[in-house]
Design a protein around this ligand. Structure first.
Ligand code: ADP
Length: 195
């Protein structure tokens, strides 16, 4: 199996590039942001609880997102591999993910980190807020709170994987195609073309 973490701050392009990667390499996309928004849309108890945090730009508690990922891994037993987008976002989540994958006799293959300067992130997110239905993109205070959460809680996840030699930075500025080209360079040898 090939298991990829697409890493980077809010607005770095993880969702956009995930779509390209799934198409090319046939991996299953697990986005905790999308999963949480779907729970909110369905007004489930989990969704109602998560929304309180998301509206403030804060991370949802670890046990909530770890439980969601665990059940998604179980419901895709024949996957060729997974692309994790927006997860893990804390060191505790990274440790939990490593354990879940070890139970399945697999592991994270590589972490690709999209590098984008902070002012560009804020610009992209506020711009997305104009057209998407995401209230967490429409308010500059919430956008900045998410970036603060990223620095405090998510950036350390990079060190966790760097220790194992699995962390690679990729330039996240340029056209979508250019950035996908850089990601593909890293993935071609690792994943190979889909069967
Ligand atoms: P972005 O990367 O643009 O912030 P996401 O869709 O990945 O967007 O996440 C939106 C919000 O969902 C986050 O601000 C956070 O509140 C919550 N969230 C998503 N993934 C996680 C996670 N792994 N752990 C905790 N909270 C999460």
């Amino acid at each position: 199996m090939v298991n990829l973490i697409l890493f980077g701050p809010p607005g770095s392009g993880k969702g956009t590039q995930s779509a390209n990667i799934i198409d090319k390499y046939g991996l299953i996309h697990l986005s905790t942001g999308d999963l949480l928004r779907s729970e909110i849309g369905n007004k489930t108890p989990l969704g109602m609880e998560a929304q309180k945090f998301m509206d403030q730009g804060l991370l949802v508690p670890d046990e909530v997102v770890i439980g969601m990922i665990s059940s998604k891994l179980d419901s895709n037993p024949d996957a060729r591999g997974f692309i994790f987008d927006g997860f893990p976002r804390t060191t505790a989540q990274a440790e939990a993910l490593d354990k879940l994958l070890a139970l399945k006799k697999t592991a994270i293959s590589v972490v690709l980190s999209l590098e984008v300067p902070e002012e560009e992130l804020v610009k992209r997110l506020l711009n997305r807020g104009l057209t998407s239905n995401r209230s967490d993109d429409a308010n500059e205070d919430v956008v900045r709170a998410r970036i603060v959460e990223y620095h405090n809680k998510t950036a350390p996840v990079a060190d966790h994987y760097a220790k194992f030699g699995k962390f690679k930075k990729v330039k996240g500025e340029g056209t979508v195609e250019e950035i996908f080209g850089l990601l593909s360079n890293e993935l071609d040898t690792l994943v190979g073309q889909p069967a």
